[in-house]
Design a protein around this ligand. Structure first.
Ligand code: SAH
Ligand code: SF4
Length: 367
């Protein structure tokens, strides 16, 4: 049985063509599956009955399993999703006055070993399938639609206005599945999100950034975290492969594709490690030719991390230096900490139970 949630519209059209069916069926099916959230072929009334019957034999539309759903006092919601308890990931919804942002995971664990990130400490377990990635959006959408306040919304109105690929894992290390899932997010027959409302965060996988700008040029966030190679080599080890000069050049190549865009540089604030006045000035020199803004993330500690959160006055001084140079700077707020959904508190259940999964919650995303 093939799970049709794994296909974008083009792939689905091919799948129909291979079966001697009309490729336009793909558009109808995308609307049913993703726009209306209908997963039972029987209910797809504009598809001929004999085709519906054939589909039910060959294919399925199956969402990943929700193990746990929680709601915070501040309205933040968190889902623990996975087929088995040793392999689960987390998805978080952050409601705000003018938007609703969903933070989606791309892998169980991560191979890139950033020293301040407990997902990195936990190591790599596996890539998520397209169905598991787009399924996080489907599950969140479906659940939220039943909530009082949202239940009266017309089917076409969006509760989730923004998606950020900032949950567990390095999205560009699961390139094909992440790109296919994002194409479904942008597809007018599916979720119809504009490409500026989908943000991908990467630790700086340069060749994949170049591919992304051709395949699916969504808003780009880059986890910078250090203003020089010596420090970045240690805290974001992928830097040894793709050092800062190459990374900055890749950011500019990305922006060529969308000249009015900017890159968001994420910068986790680690006490005494990367948060001094000197670091702020180095950072300004580093990014001077890149159209960008900054998102400072106070470090969320986890057991045995070896790091502390920067002092609030250091964060303020650092922010002000960047702002005085004319940059837009946001400092990420903590949301949902009563349900362990705040930055660094997410803990998808993984095989290695001795280590926690650290996640941050993006408050700021792209309009
Ligand atoms: N792998 C991608 C996306 C997932 S991580 C990336 O690295 O960009 C999303 C963001 O959370 C990254 O900027 C990451 O550096 C940050 N992060 C990881 N651990 C954190 C922690 N303990 N406290 C605050 N932010 C953290
Ligand atoms: Fe992986 Fe991102 Fe964590 Fe680095 S910060 S280990 S790339 S999830």
């Amino acid at each position: 049985m093939v799970n049709l949630l794994n296909y974008n519209q083009k792939q689905l059209a091919q799948w129909f063509a291979d079966r001697g069916e009309k490729p336009f069926r793909a558009k109808q099916l995308m609307r049913w599956m993703h726009h209306f959230g209908v997963h039972d072929f029987e209910q797809m009334t504009d598809i001929a009955k004999n085709l519906r019957e054939k589909l039910a034999v060959d294919a399925e539309i199956t969402l990943p399993t929700v193990q746990l759903a929680q709601v915070s006092n501040d309205g933040t919601r968190k889902w623990l999703i996975g087929t088995d308890t040793a392999n689960s990931i987390e998805t978080v919804f952050i409601p705000e006055d003018d938007r609703g942002t969903l933070c989606i995971s791309s892998q169980v664990g991560c191979a890139l070993e950033c020293t301040f990130c407990s997902t990195g400490r936990q190591g790599f377990n596996r890539n998520l399938s397209v169905a598991e990635i787009i399924g996080q959006l489907a599950i969140a959408n479906q659940t939220l639609r039943q909530e009082p306040g949202y239940d009266m919304l017309p089917a076409g109105d969006r509760i989730i206005s923004n998606v950020v690929m900032m949950g567990m894992g390095e999205p560009l290390a699961n390139y094909d599945n992440v790109v296919t899932a994002m194409q479904i997010m942008l597809d007018d027959s599916a979720y119809g999100l504009s490409r500026r409302r989908v943000t991908l965060s990467t630790s700086g996988m340069v060749p994949a950034m170049d591919r992304l700008k051709e395949d699916c040029p969504v808003a780009l966030a880059v986890s910078l975290h250090a203003p020089n190679d010596a420090l970045r080599d240690v805290i974001v080890p992928i830097n040894k492969k793709y050092p800062l000069k190459e990374l900055m050049a890749a950011c500019n190549r990305y922006l060529e594709k969308a000249p009015r865009d900017f890159v968001t540089f994420e910068y986790v604030m680690l006490d005494g490690v990367n948060d001094t006045v000197e670091h702020a000035h180095q950072l300004l020199a580093l990014v001077k030719n890149v159209s960008c803004k900054f998102n400072l993330i106070p470090f969320n500690p986890f057991p045995n991390s070896g790091y502390d959160t920067s002092k609030p006055n250091h964060v303020r001084v650092f922010r002000d230096i960047l702002m005085q140079a004319g940059y837009v700077v946001t400092v990420r707020k903590t949301r949902g900490d009563d349900i362990d959904a705040a930055c660094g508190q997410l803990a998808g259940k993984v095989l290695d139970k001795t280590k926690r999964t650290s996640r941050h919650i993006p408050i700021e995303s792209v309009d």
